[in-house]
Design a protein around this ligand. Structure first.
Ligand code: PEP
Ligand code: MN
Length: 465
């Protein structure tokens, strides 16, 4: 995490509480537009008090960090860096423990070392972490055994337990989401600045992966990395400098009341930053061009992502660019395609071609998870490792054929030994779901499957570099 701030430490931001201070022009425009996937808070008093408290709490991230990330993403869009974005589908308050958070950060760092070697490029490390608490749902309700209750919309809105009390939308949860994000980010900052990210240590953890006979096929790549590190050591590389890494936070900007309440005016530039996270993305279900989410995010300075599903047309992409990146600013806009392994080779090229022909330079990232969700025979939401790998391969093939830049990977993954996705070299099968399926939303690659993915992508990247 970056430590230097480009803002005065004394009073970096002016609060723009909905209730109070000088509204920045347009920041509240979204309120008059259709906004899908929003909660219906029952207690208006609790809502008003939560929002006013949020709007004066300290920012979770700082403008200087956000600007630095924009520069890093601009490099990725030009093929000079690669983005690795990963974490839970839905973080939960309960799972925000030191062990779980450190396992996830460790897995991302391990993947990043492998990818850095494969790409021969800096890897931008970003968690779907410290704020990924709001979930879009295909239905407002869920029925179990004849009982119908509001659907679970993420811990920031309601609880996962299937009871009327837990499923009620409770605005006070926004405060808990803020504080859980703050403590998660605090731990991430400590880990990534305090020695935990030491390259030699991360490399040693990776040895555990390749020593498993199931992963023998990755041994030669692992050996090459080992030799590269020994070579650096022999040359007297400053490994102390490699003990710290930049690590950025991100989440889907779904719950607009929360995002608005955490938006502050940076005293240096006078511009609005959504300080809930470094990077924010708009989901596949909320990217309508004239609706609230696109409007709100068009007005903050953070780098913005948009998920693009298989129905996306080239014209949809151009309209999003015009609204979200009218200045064509490098690093501002990332398109995260999630077309499905079966669709990507056919559906992604026309979108890229239109965007390229317009002269816009966006960062193209693949999310190989959300287009490949299926239901297992025994009733669990799952994904096949091979489908996920196939979509990533398709992503590289498409960019190769068009001469454009495959700039990053967006994963739902965890550092724990869960069983939620099928397959991998040390395979997970359906029988394991009963004991080790923990996700409250979409299935994640477990620790080993995530590392295996990194080795496979590193192989694909090394053909590029
Ligand atoms: C997600 O990232 O968890 C998600 C809901 O994705 P999408 O908007 O692409 O469906
Ligand atoms: Mn998901």
């Amino acid at each position: 995490m970056v430590t230097e701030l480009s803002v005065s430490p004394a009073s970096p931001f002016t609060s723009t509480a909905q209730s109070g201070a000088a509204d920045y022009p347009g920041l509240d425009n979204w309120r008059s537009l259709p906004a899908s996937q929003q909660p219906t808070w029952a207690d208006q008093e609790a809502f008003a008090s939560a929002v006013s408290e949020l709007s004066i709490l300290p920012p979770l991230v700082f403008a200087g960090e956000v600007d630095l990330l924009r520069d890093r993403l601009a490099a990725a869009a030009q093929g000079k860096a690669f983005l690795l974005q990963g974490g839970d589908c839905a973080e939960t308050f309960e799972a925000a423990t030191a062990d779980r958070i450190s396992a996830r950060v460790r897995t991302i760092l391990q993947m990043a070392v492998v990818l850095t070697y494969g790409a021969q490029l800096p890897v931008i490390k970003m968690g779907r972490m410290a704020g990924q608490f709001a979930k879009p749902r295909s239905s407002n309700e869920e029925t179990r055994d004849g009982v119908t209750l509001p659907a679970y919309r993420g811990d920031i809105v309601n609880g996962y337990d299937f009871t009327p009390e837990s499923r009620a939308h409770d605005a006070r949860r926004m405060l808990r989401a803020y504080h859980t994000s703050a403590s998660t980010l605090n731990l991430i900052r400590a880990f990534t600045q305090g020695g935990f990210a030491d390259l030699r240590l991360v490399h040693m953890w990776n040895k555990g992966f390749t020593e498993n006979p199931a992963h023998a096929r990755y041994e030669s790549l692992a050996r090459e990395i080992d030799r590269a590190i020994k070579f650096m050591d022999s040359c007297g590389a400053d490994f102390d400098a490699l003990k710290r890494v930049e690590f950025f936070s991100s989440h889907e900007a779904l719950l607009l009341d929360y995002e608005r309440a955490l938006t502050r005016i940076d005293s240096r530039t006078g511009l609005p930053y959504d300080t809930s996270s470094h990077f924010l993305w708009i989901g596949e279900r909320t990217r309508e061009i004239d609706h609230a989410h696109v409007d709100f995010l068009s007005r903050v300075r953070n780098p913005i992502g948009v998920k693009l599903g298989p129905s996306t047309t080239g014209d949809d992409a151009l309209r999003l660019i015009d609204r979200l990146d009218p200045e064509r600013e490098p690093g501002r806009l990332t398109f995260i395609s999630r077309m499905g392994a079966k669709n990507i080779r056919e559906k992604l090229p026309p979108v890229i071609e239109k965007v390229t022909a317009s002269g816009a330079q966006v960062l193209w990232v693949t999310d190989p998870m959300h287009g490949n969700t299926v239901t297992s025979q025994n009733g669990y939401k799952t994904r096949r490792f091979d489908d996920v790998v196939d979509e990533v391969r398709g992503f590289f093939e498409v960019h190769d054929a068009l001469g454009t830049v495959p700039g990053g990977l967006h994963m739902e993954m965890t550092g724990d030994d869960v069983a939620e996705c099928l397959g991998g070299s040390d395979p997970i099968d359906e029988a394991a779901f009963a004991d080790r399926y923990e996700s409250v939303c979409d299935p994640r690659l477990n620790h080993m499957q995530s590392l295996e993915m990194a080795f496979l992508v590193a192989g694909a990247l090394s053909k590029h570099s």
